[in-house]
Design a protein around this ligand. Structure first.
Ligand code: ATP
Ligand code: MG
Ligand code: MG
Length: 372
């Protein structure tokens, strides 16, 4: 039996637990908020303390990047933390992330770090308008971001940015060049301790109000896949990464720029549960437990739709061909990621048809990215 401790006790830890069971990989999860080590499915308390869990497990990993550094460092000191604390820290601090991307030599949007108002003027001079402004620490789902189109808007948005900087120690804002992309894609892949790499098909992503809404695996030979693979290798190798890594890209006229990385399993890789030979959760555990990686080949055209702020869908959804509903067992809150639906088909055309069929069963306000 392999015992794995996941830092974070949300849906990603839960899906790792589900994927680990057939391999006799036993997953427990540390809930940072309540400081409890729990079973990711039942939330039953599994250890007296984090220290005890760290002692007892064979490997430790993380399901999110905003983890206190002292916890990361104490896990790493035991030699059983994967990927590496540096990868998690870079995923949680846009300054470190930008430096990492530059070091790995992968294209990304020009940027400038802002601590005070004068820095914002320098950013405009250096990068030009429009700017996308992102809090360096703590951002997710598009939270902690501003857009600056005209210099005249500075007076209106600066107080909010200044407040954000003042609110937490070491906080800053990263100003980024606005990229007028045609679409957003992501690449999920795994790297193991021997340096073997397996990547999934590139995924096209649609966000609504900063939150991922629809992901579709890109079928067939895409010229973007090779570009993304190269950039994935550069980033993963530069970190001596172990586990699943996600990279979000902007597709700008056929050239990919990295938006950001997520040093973990990723929402845009959930389709792999039904659409790939080995899903991202299993491959993450395989890497972390030092098993050979599983084949990542696409088995069927697949897409994933996020269920946000709802705790039920019509029964007819369960009856739809190729639809697989995954709930996270969370209490309902407006906009919260409550579950997802994976949709599979024999051909891309049939997949589109099934998504349209599904959209007829679901409210457009709740599922704005579904084709109708
Ligand atoms: P996540 O939940 O994916 O971690 P996040 O809060 O870290 O989200 P980003 O991915 O950095 O946010 O940005 C959210 C969305 O805003 C992107 O998916 C993209 O649509 C848009 N965006 C971000 N940066 C830029 C940019 N430089 N130019 C144009 N659009 C951008
Ligand atoms: Mg992010
Ligand atoms: Mg993002």
């Amino acid at each position: 039996m392999n015992n794995v401790l996941v830092l974070g006790a949300g849906q990603l830890a839960r899906m790792m637990a589900l994927a680990g069971a057939p391999l006799n990989i036993n997953v427990i999860a540390y809930d940072v908020g309540s400081d409890k080590v729990v079973h990711p499915l039942t939330l039953q308390v599994m250890a007296d303390s984090l220290a005890q869990a760290i002692n007892e497990v064979d490997a430790i990993t993380a399901e999110f990047e905003h983890i206190p550094h002292d916890i990361l460092d104490s896990c790493a000191a035991r030699g059983k933390f994967f990927p590496t604390p540096d990868a998690i820290k870079a995923g949680g601090d846009r300054r470190l992330e930008k430096a990492l991307l530059d070091n790995a030599g992968v294209r990304n949007a020009n940027y400038h770090v802002i601590r005070e108002r004068a820095d914002l003027l320098t950013a405009i001079e250096k990068i030009g308008l429009p700017l996308v402004l992102k809090s360096a620490l703590g951002g997710y789902d598009g939270k902690g971001q501003w857009r600056l189109k005209e210099s005249t808007q500075i007076d209106a948005i600066w107080p909010e940015m200044a407040q954000c900087i003042a609110d937490s120690a070491n906080q800053a804002i990263v100003a980024e060049q606005f990229i007028p992309f045609q679409r957003e894609v992501s690449l999920i892949g795994a790297r193991n301790r021997s340096g073997d790499i397996q990547v999934f098909n590139l995924t096209e992503n649609i966000h609504t109000d900063g939150v991922l809404s629809l992901s579709t695996a890109i079928v067939g030979d895409s010229p973007l896949q090779a570009q993304a693979d190269d950039m994935f290798r550069a980033v993963a190798n530069s970190l001596d990464y172990v586990g699943v890594l996600a990279i979000e890209f902007f597709d700008l006229n056929g050239e990919l720029l990295v938006n950001e990385i997520a040093p973990r399993v990723h929402n845009s890789g959930h389709w792999t549960q039904q659409g790939a030979e080995t899903c991202q959760f299993e491959n993450h555990l395989r890497a972390v437990c030092d098993f050979p990686l599983g084949n990542t080949q696409l088995t069927r055209p697949s897409a994933m739709i996020n269920i946000l702020g709802l705790d039920s869908v019509p029964d007819a959804v369960y009856a739809q061909e190729g639809c697989h509903v995954h709930w996270y067992g969370k209490e309902k809150r407006a906009g919260r990621k409550m579950g997802h639906i994976n949709v599979c088909a024999d051909t891309p055309e049939q997949l589109q048809y099934r998504l349209i069929m599904l959209s007829s069963l679901l409210d457009e306000n709740d599922f704005p990215a579904l084709p109708r």
